[in-house]
Design a protein around this ligand. Sequence first.
Ligand SMILES: NC(=O)c1ccc[n+]([C@@H]2O[C@H](COP(=O)([O-])OP(=O)(O)OC[C@H]3O[C@@H](n4cnc5c(N)ncnc54)[C@H](OP(=O)(O)O)[C@@H]3O)[C@@H](O)[C@H]2O)c1
Length: 452
Amino acid sequence: MSNTQTLVAASPPLTQTALLLHAPRTRYALTDAHPVPALRRRDEVLVRVTHVGLNPIDWKSADFGFGLPALPAVNGRDLAGVVVALHPDAPDAPLPSASASASASASASRSTEDGARTFRVGDRVFGPSTQYRDARTSAFQSYAVTQAHCLARVPAGLAPAAACAVGVGAVTAMLALGSSLGVPLGEGGFSTRGVAVGAEGEEPAWGRREQPGSVFDKIGSVFSNIFSTPRPSKPKAGEWLLIWGASAVTGFFAAQFALLAGMRVIAVVDAQRHGERLRSIGIQHIIDRAVPADAIAEVRALTRGKLRYAIDCVGQATAQHAIDALDTAPATQTHIVGLTGLPREAPANVELCVVPIKTFHTNPRVGAGLTRILEDLLARGKLVLPPVEVLDGGLGAINDALDRLRRGEVGGGRLVVRLEAESGAGAETTADIPVVRLEADTAAQTAENSSA
Ligand SMILES: NC(=O)c1ccc[n+]([C@@H]2O[C@H](COP(=O)([O-])OP(=O)(O)OC[C@H]3O[C@@H](n4cnc5c(N)ncnc54)[C@H](OP(=O)(O)O)[C@@H]3O)[C@@H](O)[C@H]2O)c1
């Protein structure tokens, strides 16, 4: 399908500015001659990218050479922008023979949908790309293609730069809780397990007994599909959840979704730097991370040794600390989700879980369910967003920004690169974005931190 056949507000150009990775361990290179990605399926929309949120994967993938199915690669996982074109076979699309100008005016009232998701040209949207194998969906380009169920609307009054910091962190957090641990999500108690392929109790494949170690660390959730979950669990309200590294954007969202589900959250973080922010979202138990043995002892005392659920946001070493805080009674099944890595072995009663991140795009019912929850909570102001630091300079600013992530200089928020400013309702103003200069205490960074 060529771009000229799409339903557009104003014809997108054939080529665009993009950031290409030509080889691992090289700098991203800017080009202004990259093809604008084509819409191939009726459930896809073309988004003009206005903001890019930077994630650890953006530099790790380049430095360690994973998640690069083809070179040159287009990376970038979090974007916000404006819907500029729909597929001609989308519901209500005009005949492909319509002229560009006729299409332009008609498109304002047209929509496309996938399952429950419907978008119109001109909608301001955000979302994570979980499809690194499909570079059309990546964020480091001026135009990206996204499946409708993977997009959420930016609610009125929310700056796109702030929305841009939500996608990867919130979706990962929801899948860690909902799919890996069985926690009901959002105020309606949405169950990702309930709508997943191989629904609850039918080998959802999100946990396993053994880890393939560093290989898993590199290819992440790809491996999750070949293992089976021994015993799906369902935490009850009032159940403890330990989040090691809850200052991470993902941990920050996980804490909020767990609290919404009625769980009691314990956060292990740099208490001095992040304690106040985490207390402000309702976490009652903040434990300092400085001496892991002390933190483990404190968690065990607080939970009387009965902790059954944990999420680690940092790496293998801290995941081990979290496991050491779990209930050791052989008859008690416990569960840990490792976002970045897990130890090779664990006691027999510990289920080692990964995040089935792919289900966000492979299963429209999962994607649509999660994006709808996000829209709902954001529109009602029920989700506290992480701080963002907005950087100008377009795609060309990304290399230097990623260097700051590499050096561990950014903690507790997202760097967001602005490709173009927005105007109109919801456009950013200095008042409505929690803009900060994000700086971590690099002297306090541990070796495990930089290797995670
Ligand atoms: N599996 C998946 O599908 C998936 C999806 C998304 C992310 N991830 C991974 O999950 C991890 C977190 O991502 P993110 O974007 O949420 O992170 P982030 O916002 O960049 O934050 C990382 C946080 O980790 C904290 N930290 C570092 N060392 C620590 C330690 N020893 N103990 C406790 N906390 C520590 C840092 O604290 P300070 O601020 O105090 O330095 C920082 O706040 C990354 O490794 C990322 O690659 C995996």
